[in-house]
Design a protein around this ligand. Structure first.
Ligand code: X8Z
Ligand code: ZN
Length: 600
């Protein structure tokens, strides 16, 4: 087996494929699964330490452990080709394919280059984690990302918003060169595996030809674009009233710093500016959590409580001991929220710098969705311990958070009485600012990255191309010039951390499909006299929980289309669910936007 991988692919295929048997394949997969488990654990632990304690040493250790796991993954991807012409049962064939397409960072075979790629990956993520903006040099205290995000969320002073926005984006400047080199190395590795570039590898993981997947994204985006454009036009009008015609144009893009979020990806924080007159539901979850003096841990307990109400087991004790909920005062950590499954079985954890507000309440459910998924598929063979596709992993906790309705908040004792139906436009507006606003952002990041990997966007054009795509998809633009001295993509976690992003776009489509299907099971169908989707909570519904759990337990053992059918009965990703959910808002927006400029 080993000697084969020393040859080129062509030799590999011709020279080896004829001489392998099903027993060889079984042995190969068994060994691979064992070692992936081992190396995965080692890498997870090193990464956990690095993200919780960013120093040069932890970074170096994480890079080493990651390199070991990656190199092994690369060698498996190559060796799997030996079995290409062998007749194998579907499960084994699927495992072989997963080995070939499973890597996110396909390091080159040259050990020096592979070490360099691992070092760059660790240091880029570390640089993001350490990012700070120090206004006026040393004259004022430096701001970490949490402080900056709080200002972005709260301030309505355009100058202040622009200042912190620019301040945060400046952290990425030093990443540019390293990122360009990282792209080069990753592409080299992808080509050694037989892919055109890293983007082509990323697109090959969806149980369909990669080009069809790209078209599928376009189709979904076309389904939801009109809703986004309506929301955009309406919000632009309201921001124009607030900030004036010199700051917000009548027809053009919205300035990126005015949407309550550093990346203009979630506009929930401008709800107060956009709230429909007379339809404000009259409660503010952030204020409620603060007034009740809810602790971060208590917020996580509420999240767990939702899952257990559906019939899921409680989280293990180790989760509570080992997770990070609060930003430590004395050291650098990667605050970007994440969920972990350190031993691939039950060592579940989240790592979050929780703020007491609604956004983080939702994010907690998001993270726990990952953890409950991880545990649900832990009976699968190692190679099948993953979500049906990466969008599924990102969608589960969000699906649950869609059930955080006023009626659910009444059950928690957070509010006395749910607002009546006349306030629904307010509720829907709030959700749309979070979910609909996100859609083009969810798409554009990898549209940028795929072109970077393919070479269509070169390092000389990184920032220019970034803003062209932000304009095209989101209709947002920066205030003032951004130049190639900046590296604005690096100011978004997933770029330096090399986390593919299309998954979140998919998740924002899928979660509404899951919600619609589970709402049906829970007995609140959208049509007819039933509870509308945005008022339906599946809290406490064991039937819905069973259905969800059955899908999660499949892991990635079957094509995602089959997992989707398990819950929704259909095999296509389909944006009609999100459109159904927001149908009353779309109608309302159409009326508000009459006679006003649409698009940018
Ligand atoms: O990165 C995340 C999660 C961790 S998987 C907190 N999200 C995306 C982001 O923050 O950009 C969740 C929504 C989109
Ligand atoms: Zn996530």
């Amino acid at each position: 087996m080993r000697t084969c991988i020393a040859f080129t692919f062509a030799v590999l295929l011709v020279g080896c494929s004829g001489s392998v048997s099903r027993e060889d394949a079984t042995k190969f997969l068994d060994e691979a699964e064992k070692k992936i488990d081992e190396l995965g654990k080692e890498a997870s632990r090193a990464q956990w330490i690095q993200s919780n304690f960013i120093t040069d040493d932890t970074e170096a250790q994480a890079a080493l452990a990651n390199q070991r796991a990656t190199d092994y993954g690369v060698s498996l991807a190559k060796q799997a080709k030996r079995f290409d012409n062998l007749d194998l049962p579907p499960d084994m064939r699927r495992k072989m394919n997963l080995l070939k397409t499973g890597l996110t960072l396909p390091a080159p075979a040259d050990p020096k280059e592979s070490a360099e790629a691992a070092r760059l990956a660790a240091s880029l993520e570390g640089a993001y984690g350490k990012g700070r903006y120090c206004p006026d040099g040393d004259a004022k205290p430096c701001m970490d990302i949490g402080m900056i995000e709080r200002t972005m969320a709260k301030s309505t002073n355009a100058a202040e918003l622009l200042d912190v926005w620019k301040g945060w984006h400046s952290i990425a400047k030093p990443m540019r060169k390293d990122y360009a080199r990282f792209v080069e190395l990753s592409n080299k590795g992808a080509r050694e595996l037989g892919f055109k570039d890293t983007g082509a590898l990323w697109r090959s993981k969806y149980d369909m030809p990669p080009d069809d997947f790209a078209k599928e994204l376009d189709r979904l985006w076309e389904q939801v674009r009109p809703l986004y454009v309506s929301l955009h036009s309406y919000v632009r009008g309201r921001l124009r009233e607030k900030y004036g015609p010199n700051v917000v144009p009548e027809k053009g893009p919205i300035p990126a710093h005015l949407l309550g979020n550093l990346w203009a990806q979630d506009w929930g924080n401008v709800y107060n500016l956009a709230a429909p007159a007379g339809a404000d539901p009259g409660f503010d979850l952030s204020a409620i959590l603060k007034n009740r003096k809810t602790e971060p841990l208590q917020m996580v307990r509420h999240g767990e409580g939702f899952f257990t109400s559906l019939g899921f087991e409680k989280l293990p004790e180790t989760f509570w001991k080992r997770s990070l909920f609060v930003k430590p005062r004395d050291r650098d950590v990667v605050c970007h929220a994440s969920a972990w499954d350190v031993d691939n079985v039950n060592d579940l954890r989240i790592k979050m710098c929780i703020d007491i507000n609604e956004e983080d309440f939702v994010t907690i459910h998001h993270e726990l969705g990952h953890n409950f998924y991880q545990r649900a598929y832990n009976q699968q063979p190692m190679l099948f311990r993953d979500s049906a596709n990466d969008g599924f992993h990102e969608a589960i906790g969000d699906t649950i958070a869609l059930s955080v309705t006023p009626e659910y908040l009444v059950k928690l004792g957070f509010i006395g009485k749910a607002p009546d139906a006349s306030k629904d436009i307010g509720l829907l507006m709030h959700r749309a600012l979070e979910k609909v606003a996100f859609l083009p952002f969810g798409l554009m990041i990898d549209q940028w990255r795929w072109k970077v990997f393919s070479g269509e966007i070169t390092p000389e054009n990184y920032t220019k191309a970034w803003w062209e795509l932000k304009l095209k998809y989101q209709g947002v633009a920066p205030s003032g010039d951004r130049t190639e001295a900046d590296f604005d993509p690096g100011a978004k976690y997933h770029v330096p951390a090399n986390v593919p992003y299309t998954r979140y776009f998919l998740a924002h489509i899928l979660q509404f499909q899951f919600h619609r299907a589970l709402a049906q099971v829970a007995g609140c169908p959208a049509q007819g006299s039933g509870t509308p989707l945005h008022r339906c909570s599946i809290y406490g519904n064991k039937e819905a929980g069973k259905k969800l759990s059955a899908m999660l337990a499949m892991g990635i053992s079957k094509p995602w289309q089959e997992a989707l059918a398990e819950v929704t009965g259909g095999k296509q990703m389909d944006a009609t669910a999100i459109l159904d959910y927001f149908a009353p808002l779309q109608k309302w927006l159409d009326e508000q936007n009459k006679g006003k400029a649409s698009g940018w």
